[in-house]
Structures are given as C-alpha cells and as structure tokens.
Design a protein around this ligand. Structure first.
Ligand code: NDP
Ligand code: GDR
Length: 361
C-alpha cells in the first residue's frame, strides 16, 4: 500500500470505545487511515480507552473523529454511513458479555443480530456495495457445545447463549449479503482475546484485577464461577491486525483467529497469582472449592454460584491455519506474556488508587 492509498482510506469502527475498537483505531491511524468511531451517548464519560487518540477537531483536519450512534437505530447508522462514506466498516459494537445476554436476551439480539443487518442495509440502501468493505466481529462462541476440536471454519456451530444465538444471525447475514449482493463482507471468527484494557467483568481481567488488589491489600477474596471452562486466550493487539488483514484479502471470506492453545480458568488463576510470587493450592470440590495462597496462607479464591451460566461452553481451541496460509496472520503474544502485562497494568491501577487515598481492607 502506498502512502497515497492510505490517505484515501476511511474506516468506520462501531464499538470504538471497547477493547478491540481502541486497539484497532490506534492501529489504523498508524497506517494513515482516517478513522471514524461510533460511541454511545452515556451520562458519564465512556471514552477512556480512546482519549489518547483524540485531537480537538477545531484545530483543523484531524484523523480521528467520533460520532454518537447506536446499533439499535437504523436512521442514525444510515446517516453516518452516508456522511462518512467509509471504504471499510469494522462492526465491533455489541452487548458482548455472554452471562449478561441471559439477563438481557432481547436487547442482545437487537444490538448483536439486527444491528448487523442495519449496517449491511445502510451500505445497500446507499448503493455503496462496491465501495465499502465490511468486517463482522464473529466469535468462537458460535461453536458452543463441542462438535469438533480444534474448531475451524468448517466446524458446525451450536450456540449456547442468547449472545451466541444473536452472533449466529450476524455471521449468516454477513455471508448472505456477500453472496446475494456481491458485497465484500467477511467474518472474523475470533477466539477470546484479552489485554490490560479488557472489560473488568470478563474472567481474565476480573482475575488479574483481583490479584493486584489482593497483593496491595485492597481486597481479600476473588469470587469466581466455573473454573473448569477452557479457553483459547490471545492478546487483543495481535487480533486487530488480523481484522485489518481480513479486509485487505483479494476476496471476502471467513477466518478463524486463535492461538491454537487452550487453558482452564483455574490455570489462568494460577498463572496470575504466580506473577506476584503467589502459589495457589486448591482444596475442596464443586461449589466448596477454594484456592489458598501458599505465600500468605490465606483463602484467596472462592466459588460463587451466581457466576455459573445456565448453559456453558466447556472447551474452545481454535485452528488458525487458514488465516496463516491465506493472510500470513499469526498470534504473536504468549499467554505468559499476556498475563504478565495484565497483572502489571492492574498493579499500577491499584497503587494509583492507594496513592489517591484508598485504604487497604
Ligand atoms: P467490548 O465489550 O469491550 O466493547 C463493545 C463495544 O460495543 C463498546 O464500545 C460498547 O460501547 C459498544 N456497544 C455496545 N452496545 C452498543 C450499541 N447498542 N450501539 C453502539 N455501540 C454499542 O467488546 P470487545 O472489544 O472485547 O469485542 C469487540 C467485538 O468483538 C464485540 O462484537 C464482541 O462481541 C466480539 N468478540 C470479542 C471477543 C473477545 O474475546 N474480546 C472474541 C470474539 C468476538 P460502550 O463502551 O458504551 O459500552
Ligand atoms: P466468554 O468470556 O464467555 O468466553 O466470552 P468470559 O471471560 O466472560 O468467560 C470465560 C469463561 O470463564 C468462566 N468464568 C467466569 N466468567 C466471568 N465473566 N466471570 C466469572 O466470575 C467467571 N468464573 C468463571 C465463564 O463461565 C466462561 O466459561 C468472551 C467475550 O469477549 C465474548 O464477547 C466473545 O465472543 C468470547 O469471549 C469469544
């Protein structure tokens, strides 16, 4: 790509205030794109992850702009696509929490399923099918109940939550618009990816945050649900590179992005405590299982059944070989390095809180 090409590239990112949106915006700006992001109206600030990218538009032509919008509002999406005329749309916006989708299934379907349709229709209504490439944030949750391991592009789907069922619609409507209208519309089937800016209620960040807070005395116990679930965890920074590659391919297609390795939640807990010199010894079984830190002799992990899900996804492990062969994409960060970065980030936050007057329990 020449510098001239890059100048004319305009990306629209939905979900720009989320983990992936922030990393992708930064990555595309680095490539010379003009990046537009959609943020939701909120009663408090919700742009912390992208504030460092912001420049005052009054100062002239700035490469990063944000607009209010919502995946549940078609008129808003049509107007934004019309104004921005993006050459690439990355649809990352979603109610992305699996457990929350059991509490808010209808809203999840509206944002995560019909929201995809709204964006695809916006492209079609505006006659931009040949002008705009479309990326859909599909997920390993589509595989759900284990049919085959490792999971690849041809593995049958079996969703296990309202979130996964909504994402299934998003996956297939993307394929359908590609086939029906010749659109460059592709799915990235991404396995779990984490980072120091991961949302605090996803299990990895919940663990690293608790480890930091226990280590600094701000908290005593980490409450978790199913410790046996296994996930293929990578670093979000690596995965946004894959999203971009998917839209630069010669033809639209669907790709698994994963590391090819899997670990249990229990193993993740052990790795995180190891970062602060701890060593977890597990005692008991089921809801009575506890984790004792040999370093302090204290019970630092307990089970709280409220975190169990009505239906669980037991084992995810992806086969990223198609993405490697066709796009040259490969996960770069090891799990050990990811855990190290996340614990270090959360220690910094905990120490800042203490410096600002928060007291240990
Ligand atoms: P986050 O939860 O961090 O971010 C989700 C983003 O979507 C936020 O910007 C959020 O806004 C926005 N959003 C939520 N609902 C709406 C709505 N109705 N209208 C407009 N924006 C909305 O998710 P991630 O960054 O981790 O994930 C990005 C995408 O990739 C999601 O679609 C997710 O389902 C999917 N995915 C994620 C994986 C992962 O492991 N991270 C793996 C596979 C797929 P706000 O900040 O205001 O809440
Ligand atoms: P997941 O991520 O459901 O895989 O979806 P999450 O981190 O929420 O759960 C992973 C596994 O950990 C178990 N678990 C707990 N989970 C949470 N959140 N909190 C707990 O206390 C807890 N205890 C155990 C869960 O039961 C589960 O098995 C993520 C999201 O980013 C989706 O948007 C994305 O599509 C998929 O990853 C791929």
């Amino acid at each position: 790509m020449t510098a001239q090409d890059a100048k004319q590239r305009v990306a629209l990112i939905t979900g720009v205030t989320g983990q992936d949106g922030a990393y992708l915006a930064e990555y595309l700006l680095g490539l010379g794109y003009t990046v537009h992001g959609i943020k939701r109206r909120s009663s408090s600030f919700n742009t912390a992850r992208v504030d460092h990218l912001y420049e005052d538009p009054h100062t002239g032509n700035v490469p990063f702009l944000m607009h209010y919008g919502d995946m549940t509002d078609s008129t808003n999406l049509i107007r934004l696509v019309q104004q921005i005329r993006p050459t690439e749309i990355y649809n990352l916006a979603a109610q992305s929490h699996v457990a929350v989708s059991f509490e808010s299934p209808e809203y999840t379907a509206n944002a995560d399923a019909i929201g995809v349709l709204r964006l695809l229709e916006a492209i079609r209504i505006l006659g931009m099918e040949k002008e705009t490439r479309f990326y859909q944030a599909s997920t390993s949750e589509l595989y759900g109940l284990v049919q085959e391991v490792p999971q690849r592009e041809t593995t049958p789907f079996y969703p296990r939550s309202p979130y996964a069922a909504a994402k299934l619609y998003g996956y297939w409507i993307t394929v359908n618009y590609r086939e029906a209208y010749g659109m460059f519309a592709s799915n990235g089937i991404l396995f779990n990816h984490e980072s120091p800016i991961r949302g605090e209620t996803f299990v990895t960040r919940k663990i690293t945050r608790a480890v930091a807070r226990i280590e600094t005395g701000l908290e005593q116990t980490l409450y978790l649900g199913n410790l046996d679930a296994k996930r293929d965890w990578g670093h979000a920074k690596d995965y946004v590179v894959g999203m971009h590659k998917i839209l630069q391919a010669d033809t639209p297609d669907d790709f698994v992005l994963a590391t090819g390795e899997t670990r249990s939640v229990r193993e993740f807990v052990e790795l995180a405590f190891k970062e602060v010199g701890g060593a977890i010894e597990w005692r008991g079984k089921g809801v009575d299982e506890t984790g004792i830190d040999r370093k302090s002799g204290k019970t630092v992990v307990c089970i709280d059944p409220q975190y169990f899900r009505p239906t669980e996804v037991d084992l995810l492990i992806g086969d990223p070989s198609k993405a490697f062969k066709k796009l040259g994409w490969k996960a770069q960060t090891s799990l050990a390095d990811l855990v190290k970065q996340m614990v270090a980030g959360d220690l910094e936050i905990a120490r800042r809180e203490i410096a600002n007057g928060k007291h240990a329990v």
